[in-house]
Design a protein around this ligand. Structure first.
Ligand code: PMP
Ligand code: GLN
Length: 379
């Protein structure tokens, strides 16, 4: 078989969650909550499911949902996208990333992304015939080196992919980072794909710097958000893309032939919930900061070293004081022998950094974090 993605196997999330299940380990690997989504939201889903919302919704998403998204984006980022021409609902952010890449990347185009890069980015670029230019984030804080980006932009560069807050590192971009990016693409035919699925998980009083809130970047960007993260419902696979009309038009050409549209009753129910509980998203940073603080406090006596995560629901930890194993072998051992599953960082790199870092997911019940930390503190 002449594979189009010869280097791709099962994702590290599939591999580690499977290993955790096989060995009965506490699963702090794949990012999903072990608590349920809000009861009211589940009731609304059931009402809509039983209320006849079961046929094809519009290709771009249910209009009520797009209107609620526009209001929410306006409330958070000071710009109200047009639900008709600038918002598209997708089946997960994974679909949104894929659609945006297919929409603008032509064979031979260069796409800049940053290592460690979320796993679905490069395969999407490859399938579009593009060429991934993977630039390292700089240690210790996993920041973008904008001079390095400037040196790697050329006439073939078509897209720059950023992820803010960053999975797996938990780093966040500042308004100054966005200014740098805007400056670099000014006057060029280069687009931005900004993966902001963790927009409401930014800690320590810092606001989320969205490309939507940046007047210049917004004009060239696909901004991708996910209901899965915000409503603790990763299994529903519902997300949306905000982009200016010309980009949205191209995005929808792809979307309509990838999935055409997404589950109807869930879209209606989320629209209802957003109208009823607009405070849910506002409360999320505090909700997750408490979990981050708890996990960090519990892990403090261990031999892992770490800087508390700035955003996302992931915490990186350096295990150099515990083991010399490479990260994949370390997490295999941790899962099979110790009973806690984590994610290694090397699968997110083209050229691994050599850092001894693993990622723990803290969107878990306090009791789960306590049990895991107790085990990790014995190492
Ligand atoms: N981007 C990032 C950075 C993610 O962490 C994830 C998922 N967990 C996604 C995209 C995909 O989100 P979804 O489940 O909505 O497809
Ligand atoms: N984004 C999730 C994580 O980082 C995984 C999603 C998936 O398994 N595709 O853990």
């Amino acid at each position: 078989m002449n594979s189009k993605l010869p280097q791709v196997g099962a994702t590290i999330f599939t591999v580690m969650s499977r290993m955790a299940a096989e060995h009965g380990a506490i699963n702090l690997s794949q990012g999903y909550p072990d608590f349920d989504c809000p009861r009211r939201l589940r009731e609304l889903v059931s009402e809509r499911l039983n209320g006849g919302c079961n046929q094809y919704p519009p290709m771009a998403g249910v209009m009520e949902l797009r209107q609620r998204i526009a209001e929410k984006v306006a409330a958070h980022y000071g710009f109200s996208p047009d639900p008709e021409s600038e918002i598209t609902v997708t089946s997960g952010a994974t679909e949104g990333v894929f659609d945006a890449v297919q929409a603008v990347v032509h064979p031979g185009d260069g796409v800049i992304m940053f290592d460690p890069a979320y796993d679905c980015y490069e395969p999407a670029v490859q399938l579009a015939g593009g060429h991934a230019v993977r630039l390292p984030l700089t240690l210790p804080d996993y920041a973008i080196d904008w001079d390095l980006v400037a040196r790697n932009i050329n006439s073939r560069t078509r897209l720059i992919m950023i992820n803010n807050p960053h999975n797996p590192c938990g780093s966040i971009l500042s308004p100054a980072d966005l200014d740098h990016l805007a400056e670099l693409i000014r006057g060029r035919q280069i687009y931005v794909l900004s993966d902001e699925v963790y927009e409401h998980m930014v800690f320590d009083g810092l606001g989320h710097a969205s490309v939507i809130g940046h007047d210049e970047l917004r004009a060239s960007s696909f901004a991708i958000f996910s209901f899965g993260k915000t409503y603790h419902a990763t299994g529903w696979k519902l997300a949306y893309c905000v982009a200016p009309p010309a980009l949205t038009e191209e995005f929808r050409k792809v979307h309509q032939f990838v999935t055409f549209t997404s589950s109807s009753f869930v879209q209606y129910a989320i629209a209802d919930f957003m109208a009823e509980c607009p405070e849910h998203a506002r409360e999320l940073p505090r909700f997750y900061q408490r979990k981050r603080d708890l996990f960090c406090e519990l892990l403090a006596p261990s031999r892992f070293s770490f800087t508390p995560s700035g955003g996302t629901y992931f915490q990186l930890a350096d295990y150099a004081a515990i083991s010399d194993l490479p990260d994949q072998e370390f997490v295999n051992w941790l899962t099979r022998e110790i009973g806690v599953a984590a994610i290694p960082l090397s699968p997110f790199y083209r050229t691994p950094s050599g850092a001894r870092h693993v990622r723990f997911c803290f969107c878990k019940e306090d009791a789960t974090l306590e049990r895991a930390a107790e085990i990790l503190c014995r190492l």
